[in-house]
Design a protein around this ligand. Structure first.
Ligand code: IPD
Length: 271
């Protein structure tokens, strides 16, 4: 691992831990606001982002920082940038507000458009996931691998529902109707970054969602790939963090899940 990456990994892990401690500490004092009809934001989202930003930019002032609460990013702003952090300071805000423990922090580092570091923390579960390109994926320091499930009938799969129904894909119910009869069971946990981490460590065999943002998936993609899984768009095309559509699996059920998705409204429509 290069010194550049090793140093950034240590600082990203520290930022995730400090933000996680903060999220647990201030849980009872938060104020809740709305970014859209169903999309919540809290003082905790903003506070967590401020902590992470300060730690990262203090150490690496030359890096660019994109966070969900400070404007995020888009493909145009991202392309051509040398070194970029993409951060979701609180993924699963609704769970956090409602007292569920499935929420997390997602921190990704990209160099010239390529993911080099992915860190996802689930503070109330005491879980810290990390991956470095070419170096494998880990949960609390132990190596993780995707599952070995190879049939849809044995597959545990997760999805999510866009807060703003997608103009090309409705609200995902057509896919759910097509896929539920084929699989063992479906989960909707409510934090896309943790869904991707769950595919990486083999708790889930697959995950699909549309209407996601770059900060939801930027770190989780690397985790899944480094754990031996596969990540793509809905038509099997290379994953694009700005496309908002993602299919992540243990690799063994990837084509089966793509085929099932192709039967739904959003099938092969590229964004
Ligand atoms: C949300 C979660 C959820 C997904 C939404 C995301 P947020 O992130 O990841 O699972 O379905 O599309 O926006 O808003 O809680 O950071």
């Amino acid at each position: 691992m290069s010194e550049l990456v090793a140093k950034r990994l240590q600082v990203a892990l520290q930022a995730a831990k400090e933000a996680g401690d903060y999220l647990i500490r201030i849980k009872r004092e938060i104020a809740v606001d709305k970014k859209g009809a169903r999309d919540l934001v809290t003082t905790a989202d903003r506070g967590s982002e401020a902590i992470i930003r300060q730690i990262l930019i203090n150490e690496f002032p030359e890096d660019v920082f994109f966070g969900e609460e400070s404007g995020g990013t888009d493909a145009a702003a991202f392309s051509g940038l040398e070194r970029v952090w993409i951060v979701d300071p609180l993924d699963g805000t609704t769970n956090y507000v409602r007292g569920f423990t499935d929420y997390g922090i997602s921190i990704a580092f990209y160099e010239k458009g390529r993911p080099l570091i992915g860190v996802i923390a689930a503070p109330e579960k005491g879980e810290l996931f990390q991956a470095v390109a070419g170096q494998g994926a880990f949960l609390n320091g132990e190596p993780i691998r995707v599952s070995q499930v190879s049939t849809m009938i044995d597959a545990l799969v997760a999805t999510g529902f866009p807060y703003e129904p997608d103009e090309r894909g409705g609200n995902n119910t057509d896919h759910v109707a097509n896929i539920v009869p084929l699989i063992h069971d479906l989960r909707r946990m409510g934090a896309a970054a943790l869904d991707l981490a769950s595919v990486a460590c083999g708790r889930l065999d697959g995950f699909w969602e549309f209407g996601l943002s770059a900060w939801d998936v930027a770190a989780g993609i690397l985790l899944v790939q480094e754990a031996g899984g596969m990540v793509s768009g809905f038509a099997g095309e290379p994953v694009n963090i700005f496309a908002g559509r993602i299919v992540a699996t243990n690799r063994l059920i990837h084509q089966l899940l793509l085929a099932a998705l192709a039967r739904g409204q959003t099938g092969f429509v590229a964004k």
